[in-house]
Design a binder for this molecule. Sequence first.
Ligand code: MG
Length: 308
Amino acid sequence: MVDNELEVLDERFTPCVTRSTRVERLYKGCIWAEGPAYVAAGRYVVWSDIPNDRMLRWDETNGAVGVFREPSGYTNGNTVDAAGRLVTCEHGARCVTRTEHDGSVTMLVDRFEGRRLNSPNDVVVASDGAVWFTDPTYGIDSDDQGHKTESEIGGCHVYRFDPGSGECRVVADDFVQPNGLAFSLDERMLYVADTGITHVPGGPRHIRAFAVSPGNALSGGEVFATCTAGAFDGFRLDEAGRIWTSAGDGVHCYDPDGTLIGKVLVPEPVSNVVFGGPGRNRLFITATTSLYSVLLLVTGAPARPALG
Ligand code: MG
């Protein structure tokens, strides 16, 4: 069933949306919008406009959009940690940073075994405070989204950085271009997108699922889903473990069993999403030039997952 902006592919999608669901454009004027994060304490969405080297901020109380940081260091993915601080991937300085409560920016990690990272793309913070991030080459491939240069590491990996000890280690090294990532609610699974098709003809455009051991080692890594329209970039989970992911024609929703159950169609290719709003039932969508939102009948996974 195609209902204007919704495509129901499986009956399990029906309770997630209402027939009156409408995609609303909140802002237009980016070159490549990415990395939305919802800051509950301030009731705003912050996101990156990578080629314009700036971060923007949409105020939920009045709909106003302003510059959050410019120049931003070609930021990409953003998330909010347990203390409510913004954690950000930067292509320019090829690092992951944290914005403190006083507004100062702390560089968390920019190297692995002495060599500079490529260009951190997306990031999640686990409940133990560890920062997990992906490091493809998009920010060093050209001067469009960073600064063109050669990779020092010579590979595109997934990393876990422990801010307490300062240890940074590779948790997955068999990706072409690792991109979006998110944990399951119990943090026993880690989902990671690979957008390798941008660099290898017929390359990956899928999300893989890994089991996370108590010692934070990954195993498994089988393909969870292959994108049917464009490629998966960033994604988030809802409270039932469904994956709401970016795709070329909108947002695709996957049941935890890997079935594509429905789509929210968006008029521009989507890069990333985040749940927000007071009820966490509003999905904010970065899509090429614009920020969109859609109200859903599901709520996003809690910011701090309960371990058990
Ligand atoms: Mg990304």
